[in-house]
Design a protein around this ligand. Structure first.
Ligand code: SF4
Length: 211
């Protein structure tokens, strides 16, 4: 399966065809400036033949230090939500649109900074190859950066969430919020927003075991 196109000059195009080979090549990627200040590349993880691939934005502070996606507070919330809809994490593949942590320093704190379009576009070459190799039946875009990367254009989340969209032959796309959004909403809205997130994720469950 070939999705979209990139030039062969990107290291993702030169890496041979396995997730392990991609991960190894991405460890030394310099295709945009984000590698310079981050600790390490945080590549996707999970089943290499997963029917469902979740795509987040970028690693956060803890992910950058530990080298694994979705291990910080947003990841813990996501794990709780996946368990609530009976989607085992070991049966899916989890990655990010951007593989290096982008931040600004405030004193000793590293505050998350949103990747710009050029950084998202540079890192899409890795995501595109992950999709080709894993060949999921469903992509779940968590938040605006993931949607921007997958669709190549800004797309409103709230107007498009909670429905299955056609993405590519044999691949559907489910759009929902990033779990970090649920951590940021005012306290009085948290339960409602979590329930909406669960309602969205329930649409993914049939893709684990089709027919
Ligand atoms: S963010 Fe992506 S494209 Fe940029 S250096 Fe890291 S792996 Fe390469």
């Amino acid at each position: 399966m070939k999705i979209g196109s990139e030039t062969d000059s990107h290291p993702a195009e030169r890496a041979s065809g396995s997730i392990a080979a991609l991960r190894k090549a991405a460890a030394t990627c310099r295709a945009c400036p984000l590698w310079e200040n981050a600790t390490q590349t945080v590549f996707g993880e999970g089943s290499a033949k997963a029917p469902i691939m979740l795509v987040g934005e970028q690693p956060g502070d803890q992910e950058d230090r530990m080298g694994h996606p979705f291990v910080g507070p947003a990841g813990q919330l996501l794990a709780r939500a996946l368990a609530a809809v009976d989607i085992p994490r070991e049966q899916i593949y989890i990655t990010n649109a951007v593989k290096h942590f982008k931040f600004e320093l405030r004193g000793n704190r590293r505050l998350h900074k949103k990747p710009v379009d050029a950084e998202i576009a540079a890192c899409y070459a890795w995501l595109r190859r992950e999709i080709e190799l894993v060949a999921p039946r469903l992509l779940i875009a968590l938040g605006a950066t993931a949607v921007r990367s997958l669709l190549g254009r800004a797309t409103p989340i709230m107007a498009n969430r909670g429905a299955l969209h056609a993405y590519a032959p044999s691949i559907s796309l489910l759009i929902t919020v990033h779990p970090s959004f649920l951590l940021r909403v005012p306290e009085q809205d948290k339960d409602d927003e979590y329930r909406r997130f669960i309602t969205d994720l329930k649409l993914a469950r049939p893709f684990l075991h089709p027919n």
